[in-house]
Structures are given as C-alpha cells and as structure tokens.
Design a protein around this ligand. Structure first.
Ligand code: ARG
Length: 259
C-alpha cells in the first residue's frame, strides 16, 4: 500500500515537472535567443584580457559584440586556454572562437573562419641591449613563444621544431616575462601584443621586424560546416565595417587607422 502511494506521488511529481518544461512559455524563451558560448584565451591584450572581476575585454571582444548586435546573436564569453582551444569547437563546448587567431590552411582543415577582421605580423622582442638585427641571427639563441601559435611556427622553421632552444609557454605574457628575467634571448609573437607589452615596459625591450615574416589575418572561427552561424558573423562584420563601428572600435585600441 505504502509503495503504491509513493509511486503515485512520484508519478504526479514527474508529470507536473514534464508539463512545466513543455509549457509554451518555456519553449519560446529557450528558442528565442540561444546563448552562444565564445572561447577566448584572455591573456592577449589588447585583443583579449581579463579584468580584476574576471570579465573579458579587448578589441576582439568589442568587435564580436558589435557583430552580435547586428546579427541578433546572444553571446557568453568564456576564458579558455589557447592549448586545446580549437578542439573545443569540435566537441561543441564552444560555438565561436575569437582569440586573435591567424587564418591558415592547417587550421582551415579543422574549423571554418570568418572573413579576416585584422592584419598582423610577427614581431621580435629583444632586450634593449641585444645585438641581434634580424631573425636569422637567432639560430643559436633561446626563443620564447606561446605554444602552437604562429610565433611558434616561424621559430620552429628557423631552429627546428624539437630544438630545445625554443622555449614554449602557455601564454604570450609568460614568454615576455621570461625575456624580462633573462631566461630567453628573444620572443616572437604577434606585433599587436608585443607592442602593447612594450608600451608598459618601455625601458626593458626593443623590437625588430623581419622581412621574412608574412602578413597574417585574424579570423573568427566556428565549427566546421556551421554555415548558418558563419554567415551571421560575416554579415555582421560587413555591417560594422560599413557603418563605422569597426573603425570606432579600432581607434580605441590602436589609434587612427592607416591605410
Ligand atoms: N595570431 C597568433 C596565432 O594565431 C597568436 C594568437 C594567440 N591568441 C591568444 N589569445 N593567445 O597563432
């Protein structure tokens, strides 16, 4: 008898639960604006960084937010380590990646990129006293890079991928810190980030560019085949370029645009 009663109570509870989640309001609100999860390695100022209260900010963040506004997307930014970032798209844990990601053929195999939204190039950071004048001369030096970045790629090409003189770090700020500590002779990373770091440590470093480095273009990434989302992002990007929003954001972080 007791168990029958218990069963009844359980059944009633279950049906009421099911009812609730199937109510029209519930359905509408969950479909209205699905929140998209954006992965970003937020240790890459001025593109993405974290404030003291753990909100992400930066050029990439502002650009994607402006795109989202145009295309009616709802976003939630999640600070995500660079290593493993790309696979988060495949697993579905992230819907979008914005992380100063250079578009290249290797990466295009595993994800789809938006139209380019920023041009960059590798830059070499050196101690102010360094005698190095070009990249080639770093063949026998210790170079600090962020693991798996394009800075890692160019350095691996020069020194050989398994050369112990390539010091790989989890984040670009860590590599630059090691330069400050004298643990590496140079750091190779994206110009925007190196310049930003330099602006805050003007006396310790100098930079050199090298003609052998080719131009890089940042793209916003979605899961391979997610054409619908990619179109929304591309349309939003065109719209913010057309109405001056892009230039306004650009100016905040990099000053007047040179063409
Ligand atoms: N642009 C470089 C690359 O794609 C570095 C990007 C690193 N981004 C970051 N948020 N840590 O490899």
């Amino acid at each position: 008898m007791k168990s029958i009663l218990l069963g009844l109570v359980l059944l009633l509870t279950l049906t009421s639960c099911t009812k609730k989640s199937e109510s029209p309001e519930g359905t509408v609100s969950s479909q209205a604006k699905q929140e998209l999860v954006v992965g970003t390695d937020a240790a890459y100022a001025p593109f993405e960084s974290e404030t003291a209260d753990k909100t992400v900010q930066g050029f990439d963040i502002d650009i994607l937010k402006a795109i989202a506004e145009k295309s009616g997307l709802k976003l939630k930014f999640v600070n995500t380590p660079w290593e493993g970032l790309f696979s988060q798209l495949q697993s579905g844990d992230r819907d979008i990646l914005v992380s100063a990601i250079t578009i290249n053929d290797e990466r295009k195999k595993v994800m789809d990129f938006s139209e380019p939204y920023f041009e960059a190039v590798q830059l070499i950071a050196l101690p102010a006293s360094s005698k190095i004048t070009k990249f080639d001369e770093l063949k026998n030096s210790k170079i600090g890079v962020q693991t798996g970045t394009t800075g890692d790629e160019v350095s691996s090409r020069l020194l050989g991928k398994s050369n112990p003189n390539i010091k790989r770090f989890e984040g670009t700020p860590l590599a630059l810190q090691e330069l400050e500590n004298g643990g590496v002779d140079a750091v190779v990373a994206d110009n925007g980030v190196v310049n930003n770091f330099l602006a805050n440590n003007p006396k310790t470093f100098k930079t050199i560019s090298d003609a052998s480095f080719s131009k890089e273009y940042y793209g916003i990434a979605v899961k391979k085949g997610n054409a619908e989302l990619l179109k929304k992002i591309n349309d939003g990007l065109s719209a913010i370029k057309a109405d001056g929003t892009y230039d306004r954001i650009y100016k905040i972080y990099f000053g007047e645009k040179k063409n």
